[in-house]
Design a protein around this ligand. Structure first.
Ligand SMILES: [Zn+2]
Ligand SMILES: [Zn+2]
Length: 236
């Protein structure tokens, strides 16, 4: 391992990830969540009229269901109104539905009439926020492997709880020097082992014979086990 950290280009990402190692849970999950949250915040408050994003949304027909609801939780009814009014108008304008005099107007039914409507409903691209998240996640994974070459960063990684199972699997597919891989695997095993012992402790105290014993640090181990095994992407 390179002992001299000066060889690394220590930009913001380096320090941000180092700081994340001091927190609970997988650093890749943590940073990816943060990136998605700030994308949503920026989008709802400044970027709603951004042309690139608008074009992407027109192609994808909005966000995927998970991201749509996540964005909804961020608030801003007007931003939502603008997005959805646009999609509904696009759909209803086909075949001059909005101009029809009868009330309610007759919906298109024949295959010919439906073809242009379906074009307005079907996504032609993936959810822009999924694309953004996947890019960020990939960049963080590569950066993590790269940053562990720094001795100080490596020490902090060893003292953290390391990556979740899903990101551990992703790292196996990346190019990763032997010594770095060893650090990641060791950390993964130590976290798994510690969690296992804590879960066993919960099981033991759940037994009526030991139920009077006070619960210790293992109290929330089952929640940390979810985080370790499936990552924090779905965590609310
Ligand atoms: Zn993770
Ligand atoms: Zn999505």
């Amino acid at each position: 391992m390179r002992s001299d950290g000066k060889m690394l280009d220590k930009h913001n990402l380096f320090y941000e990830m180092k700081e994340t190692l001091g927190m609970d849970g997988c650093p890749i999950c943590g940073m990816t969540r943060k990136a998605v949250d700030s994308f949503i915040e920026g989008m709802l408050y400044d970027k709603i009229n951004d042309h690139g994003l608008r074009d992407a949304l027109v192609k994808s027909k909005g966000f995927c269901s998970d991201h749509s609801w996540q964005i909804r939780r961020a608030g801003n009814p007007l931003a939502h109104t603008l997005i959805y009014a646009h999609f509904l108008e696009e759909m209803l304008t086909v075949g001059s539905y909005l101009q029809k005099k009868d009330n309610p107007p007759k919906a298109p039914f024949t295959a010919n009439a439906m073809r242009p409507v379906l074009k307005k409903l079907k996504p032609e691209a993936a959810c822009p926020l999924c694309i953004y998240r996947d890019d960020a996640e990939e960049r963080y994974l590569r950066s993590l492997v790269h940053f562990i070459q720094d001795q100080d960063f490596a020490l902090q990684y060893k003292a953290s709880s390391g990556v979740c199972r899903l990101h551990f699997l992703r790292i196996q597919k990346l190019f990763c020097p032997r010594d770095i891989k060893q650090i990641i695997i060791d950390r993964f095993y130590r976290t798994a082992y510690r969690l296992y012992l804590e879960l066993e402790e919960i099981k033991r105290k759940n037994d009526y014979r030991f139920a009077s014993e006070e619960t210790g640090e293992e109290r929330d181990a089952w929640v940390r086990a979810i985080s370790f095994w499936t990552g924090d992407a779905g965590r609310k």
